[in-house]
Design a protein around this ligand. Structure first.
Ligand SMILES: [Zn+2]
Length: 136
């Protein structure tokens, strides 16, 4: 499992992007495997589904699970298809993860907690959770 943490601001020192809060060098999209000194959202890459940065996107008081693919200057996001039998359980786990990091009344990105990451891996392994690819 790999986590990429968002850093809320950066300056360019002529060669690389440096976080203006914690001073570390950042990769694409202001992300780093090292957490910032201020609490921020993070993106989790699991073995299953592979190749995506997973996170919770909260808006209108509802948590949505999203899968992102990182490009050089943006993250392209996809929805996930969840087996209807598992939706309630996943929803409850997402609400718990959001409450741990902030509040459902604050829109934005939230990271996957350990129990939520385990649940997602398990569901993906059973084919009950899939990334919905855009129509080509
Ligand atoms: Zn930072």
């Amino acid at each position: 499992m790999r986590k990429l943490y968002y850093h809320p601001g950066a300056y360019f020192d002529g060669k690389k992007s440096i976080c203006s809060h914690c001073g570390i060098e950042l990769g694409n999209n202001l992300l780093s495997e090292i957490p910032c000194t201020v609490q921020t959202a993070y993106y989790t890459e699991l073995k299953n589904p592979p190749g995506y940065l997973l996170f919770i996107d909260v808006y209108n008081l509802v948590p949505h699970l999203r899968a992102g693919v990182m490009n050089e200057d943006s993250i392209k996001c996809f929805d996930l298809e969840i087996d209807p039998d598992c939706e309630d359980k996943l929803y409850e786990a997402m609400l718990a993860a959001v409450s741990e990091q902030g509040s459902i009344s604050t829109s934005g990105h939230y990271g996957l907690t350990q129990p939520l990451a385990c649940m997602i891996s398990e569901l993906a392994g059973k084919g009950k959770l899939k990334v919905r690819k855009p129509l080509q």
